[in-house]
Design a protein around this ligand. Structure first.
Ligand code: SAH
Length: 343
């Protein structure tokens, strides 16, 4: 059976045309899927019954099933999805006081980048997610919202390295931004990368307005090579050059993420080095207090240390903010739920 969300618009149009069905039926189906949150074809009541049955015979609307649903006190909800091949991925809905409803989605099963402090990469990568599996996470999370509520932002910050799967991610994001898809502005979509210069340049040339976030975590190559092994092949300088290119081509300011690990990269000296490194760039820095991963020996710095780190960055002329953690109690961060399930 075909997975509906894997089909391009052209493929869907061809399927309908081949069966002598009018083109507007495709629009009706898309509206049901993306706007009206249908779970099955039988719900699509403005389609003839015979067509609904035929669609149900030939297409699967969802290829995954929800195997866990956790809700935290702060309104964060997390889903663990089981894919057709029994692999698991997680995705998260985050709500905040500004009426933002952000979904955090995964792009791979596992991750090959091997960052020393991250749960997602501890067991390596299994495979890329398909475009349909990426879109499906957003649809599943959208179903958790009230009927009058919509997803306002997307962050591609779940499990996996998005730029290692651009071939599937870009078509998925096309559906996300399309007026007859999820209709979310590209400017409200953030792609977070470990820093793959080739991927960053490719994204810059895709002529999109996505917000790019680069996970820096260290201001010199010696430390970064330790924390982010993927750095050994590329180095900070070539990542920054690619990030500059992204800004030049898209006009979008790049965010640099910095996971703060106690006594590893959290000294005032580390902050000054980071400020010097990024000086003169129209950059934003997101400082993320480490979210402890069972089995790893890293620690979260004290609140005062985090505040001091940000102050040094601000004094150095950078626009820096602390990104507070959400949904900790439901293992919402960083591949922890999938891991806990032993997948
Ligand atoms: N592969 C991409 C996106 C995935 S993770 C990337 O590297 O950017 C999104 C962010 O969470 C990254 O900055 C990542 O380094 C960070 N992160 C991973 N594990 C974390 C942890 N335990 N605590 C805090 N942040 C973490």
């Amino acid at each position: 059976m075909l997975h509906l969300l894997e089909q391009t618009t052209e493929q869907l149009h061809a399927w309908f045309a081949d069966r002598g069905l009018p083109k507007y039926r495709v629009g009706q189906v898309r509206k049901w899927v993306f706007e009206r949150r249908a779970r099955e074809f039988q719900q699509m009541t403005d389609l003839p019954k015979a067509l609904r049955s035929r669609l149900a015979e030939e297409f699967q609307l969802f290829s995954s099933r929800v195997v866990q649903h956790r809700t935290a006190n702060d309104g964060t909800e997390k889903l663990l999805l089981e894919l057709a091949d029994k692999q698991h991925v997680e995705c998260v809905l985050l709500r905040d006081d500004r009426e933002h409803r952000t979904v955090c989605i995964s792009t791979q099963v596992g991750c090959a980048m091997g960052c020393a402090f991250c749960a997602s990469g501890l067991d390596g990568v299994v495979r890329n997610l398909t475009r349909g599996e990426i879109v499906e996470q957003m649809l599943r999370l959208q179903m958790l919202l009230g009927e009058d509520q919509r997803i306002s932002h997307v962050v591609v910050m779940g499990t996996g390295e998005p730029l290692a799967n651009l071939g599937e991610l870009l078509p998925a994001l096309e559906v996300t931004t399309a007026a007859d898809g999820l209709g979310i502005s590209a400017r409200r979509i953030t792609i977070s990368t470990v820093g793959l210069p080739k991927g960053i340049r490719r994204l810059a040339r895709a002529n999109c307005q996505y917000h790019l976030a680069v996970s820096l975590h260290a201001a010199d190559d010696a430390l970064r090579n330790r924390l982010v092994p993927a750095n050994r092949k590329v180095g900070i300088a070539s990542i920054l050059a690619a990030a500059d290119d992204y800004f030049d081509r898209t006009g979008r300011r790049v965010t640099f993420e910095y996971v703060l690990l106690a006594d590893v990269n959290d000294s005032s000296e580390d902050a000054r080095r980071l400020a010097d490194l990024l000086a003169g760039r129209p950059a934003l820095v997101n400082v993320i207090p480490y979210n402890p991963v069972p089995g790893l020996r890293y620690r979260t710095p004290a609140v005062g240390v985090t505040a001091r780190f940000v102050d040094v960055l601000s004094d150095g002329g950078l626009n820096a903010k602390i990104r507070h953690r959400k949904g900790e109690r439901i293992d919402a961060a960083c591949g922890q739920l999938r891991r806990r399930e032993g997948q």
